[in-house]
Unconditional design. Structure first.
Length: 103
């Protein structure tokens, strides 16, 4: 399983700014190894963030996203002390969910 995501969520004036650093190889399937064989594709396909049971972000990704991707977004309504959960699923069925407290 991948390393935990680093999530920072900060509330200011009713807007929550969320920054996420994900640990993932994000292989496109086009790179070759030392022997000249193609490295199989392995990339995050779905990313979602939820707050209070509501989806505040839903994204579909492909092979054009870089290794260890960084994502930043904002949403209205969150308060300090509440939790936000972020989940990703990759093309091999691996899944990771982490949460952070809004500061």
């Amino acid at each position: 399983m991948a390393d935990p995501m680093r999530i920072r969520a900060v509330a200011k004036d009713g807007i929550v700014s969320v920054k996420i650093l994900m640990s993932h190889a994000m292989e496109t399937g086009q790179r070759k190894d030392e022997a000249g064989k193609a490295v199989p594709a392995h990339f995050i396909q779905q990313v979602s963030a939820t707050w209070q049971g509501k989806t505040v972000l839903s994204a579909t990704w492909g092979t054009a996203i870089s290794k260890n991707p960084f994502l930043e977004f904002s949403f209205k309504g969150g308060q300090k002390g509440e939790k936000i959960q972020v989940t990703w699923t990759d093309n091999k069925g691996d899944k990771r969910t982490d949460e952070a407290t809004i500061n």
